[in-house]
Design a protein around this ligand. Sequence first.
Ligand SMILES: Cc1cc2nc3c(=O)[nH]c(=O)nc-3n(C[C@H](O)[C@H](O)[C@H](O)COP(=O)(O)O)c2cc1C
Length: 302
Amino acid sequence: MSEKPVKKINGGDTEKITRDYFDSLLLEMRHIDAVEPDTALKLYGHEFKTPIMLAALSHLDRVHEKGMVESARGMAAAGGVMWSGMGTDEELEEICATGAKTVKIIKPHANNDEIFRKMEHAAAQGCIAVGMDIDHQFGSKNRRGYVLEFPMAAKMLDDIKAFVRGTKLPFVIKGVLSAIDAQKCLDAGVRGIVVSHHHGMVDYALPPLQILPKIVQVIRGQIPVFVDCGLSRGLDAFKALALGATAVSIGRAAMGPLGETGWEGVRDIVNEMTNELNWAMAVTCSPTIDRIDPSVLHHKNG
Ligand SMILES: Cc1cc2nc3c(=O)[nH]c(=O)nc-3n(C[C@H](O)[C@H](O)[C@H](O)COP(=O)(O)O)c2cc1C
């Protein structure tokens, strides 16, 4: 007797779940005592025009010649923070030479010496912070233990404490999607966290905005809390900021404009999103990015 084939059930598309969560949050408009909003961001002793940053991307040569360097030019022109993911030392040198204030994210390489070496190199280039995408510790889903040819390894709290001590720069952990990890980051002396599921590393991952209030409660303003994944417009940024994010990053939303018009495309998408954020702040009586009343957000189901 032949066995019945197991029926494949589709679902759990993290990207869709994340988009739906953004779309489930609605704005209460407030007009009396409104002021002209200010979207400026202060971070690690630097001032920026916008809290919309470029996510820690990599391999953008597929999108535009010298895509990472071109993006850095765009971020410098927009007055926003540039983040850089994996890449060569030479690429980081070129990124920093554009004048873009840059956060360098290093992979959880199996060899900690390589991490210390890269942190030192980032500091020498004038990066404003350095960090690790901790969520890549098991490598890629389709090549366990590796990202490209580089072996990865899980990091313990003591490793993270050593990274924090091993650099004069603020050390950031990217890939926090749990209040428990957020508390561990505080315990380790980490100076910033990125709430992220790394564009859907696993199906059914929590939307960053859904867990954000819990994480913000743990962090209690002690360090910046950044958010990425699925942001595609200024209103998405507004919702993240209202829920307590310090700033947000866009990744794929900037890649189309980068491919079309290079650094100007990156500058323009950040400016466009900042304008929409500014408008949302204006019509909700939100004077600054750190003074958006979370009660202006309502879940569509009440
Ligand atoms: C082409 C590409 C390359 C990326 N490279 C890195 C990387 O090297 N390091 C890292 O921490 N995240 C990397 N990411 C993840 C992004 O930083 C970000 O978490 C993710 O894209 C979610 O944001 P988005 O939905 O706005 O794209 C990469 C994403 C893309 C699309």
